[in-house]
Design a protein around this ligand. Sequence first.
Ligand code: ADP
Length: 300
Amino acid sequence: MSDRPTNRRMATIQDTRMESPRRPTDETADSRSGPATGTRERPVRIRASGIEKSYTGRDGDVQALSGMDLEVYDSEFFCLLGPSGCGKSTFLRLVSGLLEADAGEIDIRTESDGDRPTTSMVFQEKGIFPWKSVLDNIAFGLKMRGIDKQRRYEIAREYIEKVNLTGFENAYPHQLSGGMAQRVGIARAFANDPQVLLMDEPFGDLDAQTKRYLQEELLSLWSESKKTVVYVTHDIEEAIQLGDRLGVMGARPGHIKEIVDVDIERPRTRENLDIARLEALQTRVWDVLSDEVQRTVEEQ
Ligand code: ADP
């Protein structure tokens, strides 16, 4: 983890309970089957308010985010969706502590149980060490946390099995396909057991079939772990396939334009999927996004 900037406050459950405008309840456990839980009352895990972030480039300042407010609930799968360049990755990096905001605050409610990291990030680029085996890559975060070798290999093997990489424990990244390498990144993030998992277009480089397969693996890991996930994508279909709620962002300077509840039953398998509802949601999200995409294209 990088150093935490001053405007990214950590609140523990014991001290600052971040009150949702809706009354918090314990209704967090059963979000994996039945209706998506976006409309239920839930405790807030991440709260961002009044975020401003600009970059200084060769051609002057770029205002990447302005007036960005967002609440992400406990254990939800939240997708941040928006046109290219609207500040999605910037926001994720602010939450992770890799970047510092110019103004505003990000609060992450943490559980004070031991040394679990607050966040882990999975990037589109593989982000795994080419000189380490699959096993050592997955065990890396656990090693950094001082977990003894036997236990960290035990945990890493558990995740190797969960992402179907059994038999590849001793392989090196150059011996893996893109999809397999990305599974190593995902397994490492889950094995590390962060309180919040941040994913930046992790499947952006993969072909459609591999992407679909990995999305299902990801949903299965998420549903076991009850982790809060913030997932960045520019793909409407992917966001609806994965998310409990979508934060649709406006073109630069980025901000949340609309929050959309994905009220489609899980599991969202082909046999189970309410196609009419899916299409209605796609149309609704596209209605919000299309002006933003047009503005982005016109600015290029
Ligand atoms: P997205 O993830 O939605 O594609 P980004 O957060 O990557 O958007 O970028 C938002 C805006 O900030 C873009 O215009 C991008 O060019 C600019 N930007 C991102 N990183 C930097 C940087 N390190 N220096 C200068 N400008 C940047």
